[in-house]
Design a protein around this ligand. Sequence first.
Ligand code: SAH
Length: 245
Amino acid sequence: MLGILAALPEEITELLAEMGPTATVRRLGMRDYHVGVLRGQPCVLALTRIGKVAAAATTAMLLHEFRVRAVVFTGVAGGIHEQVQVGDVVIGDTLLQHDLDARPLFARYEVPMLGRTHFSTEAALTELLAHCAEDFLSAYAHGRAVAPAVRRGPIATGDCFVGDLATLTRLRAELPDALCVEMEGAAVAQVCHEFGVPCAVLRTVSDRADNSATVDFRRFLQEVASVYSAGILRRFLQALPPPAN
Ligand code: SAH
């Protein structure tokens, strides 16, 4: 099975509807795991809720209770790299917790006792996801003035909504390569690493993590991000090789 996770309901509403009434639900730790078939792929869909603890708990349960061969996280994020615009899609290649700092015992960003700062997504899944995002966006942008871009690179995760210039400026200086900030990705990637299950992270840029970050967030989520998410994941599910058994 493929695990599909998102933090906000809007991000998986369409896929849930597509799974239809045949889907079964298992409720564990205050979360619903919807098991069914999407585009020929057996899937488990679940809402993590917002933040690293919520995301880690949901992922651990998913990997322990269901036979999941890979996890895809879909959601929105704040663009922090200068080249990243609202409406672009970011596919994570590495994820790090920008608010993790156990110095002087451990290096900055290092996950204590795990000996690493970054967690990588799986190359083939990431490649396929990027390809599907390109494909979706070129169809979506047809006839529109501005064409959104698909970017692949580092994602920074932390337990705060970044929506002020001071934090944004600090993060940009500390992590010049990071493309966007969000609140779940690195937690999902860490748990997947610990269980030895491949993962991929897809983020639609909803804001620029500055003082205007909360403006139109809801509207963007409903009108753009949920459409992107469903459009890209449908292509992804269709392109994914069928399950091996
Ligand atoms: N204002 C929103 C709160 C959403 S919290 C509301 O009214 O519901 C932000 C969610 O979107 C998190 O799941 C996070 O992963 C992502 N996100 C989007 N932009 C972000 C930003 N600028 N900083 C941190 N997380 C962001």
